[in-house]
Design a protein around this ligand. Structure first.
Ligand code: 6PG
Length: 218
């Protein structure tokens, strides 16, 4: 796992953009990505106008209406897709595993679900996507997408990519910002396999951990 420590949000955004090669990209929700999306817009718009076909999908979604401020795809749509000229990808909004599986089947056809990049966030309890410590979702290595009914982080009902497609992606990038993430960053780097983020990143042939100074404990 490559670890990169950058000294500002702008520098993290710039580095993450360099890693965003496409064409098929899955992005997480939460405050980290809401902040990054705004920085990504000009470059994603430029590339889209240049004819690149970047295709964005959600890593995990909270089971709420699109208009709900908690909706991850609403944030991605408003902060990235719409201003970048990719408004039609609003149609990638999903709220259950069945619909997400059928969207992925349309996208990947008969091929396995292999995103070119997956961008993960990380919670202060070491969760990633909607895969939480101690839950049965961590032992499911077969499903591409999983319905979650008991998320300890609200809302409790969610849909998430499973460990299978997360581990299979071309480049797995985890972004952690702020002092609240220090402890989990240390445990991830120490290989604590009770943490979902470790189960996702450990052993991935092309994994990058992007940190700001605070998350690195500096
Ligand atoms: C979600 C997520 C989740 C998130 C982390 C980090 O929908 O809740 O996708 O895995 O990435 O909880 O969240 P923050 O960026 O808000 O710290």
């Amino acid at each position: 796992m490559q670890v990169l420590v950058l000294d500002s949000l702008e520098a993290v955004a710039q580095k993450s953009l360099e890693l965003l090669g496409g064409p098929r990209i899955a992005v997480s929700g939460g405050t980290t990505f809401a902040a990054l999306f705004r920085h990504w817009v000009p470059e994603v718009r430029r590339r889209t106008e240049f004819g690149e076909k970047l295709r964005f999908f959600v890593v995990d979604e909270r089971k709420v209406a699109f208009e709900d401020p908690l909706c991850n795809w609403k944030s991605c749509f408003e902060d990235l897709l719409l201003p970048a000229g990719l408004a039609e990808q609003k149609a990638h909004f999903v709220t259950n595993a069945r619909d997400y599986a059928s969207l992925l089947q349309k996208e990947f056809e008969a091929a396995p679900v292999v995103f070119d990049q997956i961008f993960l966030g990380m919670g202060e309890d070491g969760h990633t996507a909607s895969l939480f410590p101690g839950k049965a979702t961590l032992t499911d290595l077969d499903s591409d997408v999983i319905d979650v009914t008991d998320s300890p982080k609200a809302p409790s009902k969610r849909v998430t990519l499973g460990l299978k497609p997360i581990r299979a992606c071309g480049h797995l990038i985890t972004v952690a910002l702020g002092a609240g993430k220090v402890e989990m960053v240390k445990r991830l780097q120490a290989g604590d396999s009770t943490l979902p983020i470790t189960l996702a990143m450990q052993g991935h042939p092309h994994a990058t951990l992007l940190l700001d100074l605070a998350a690195a404990g500096l």
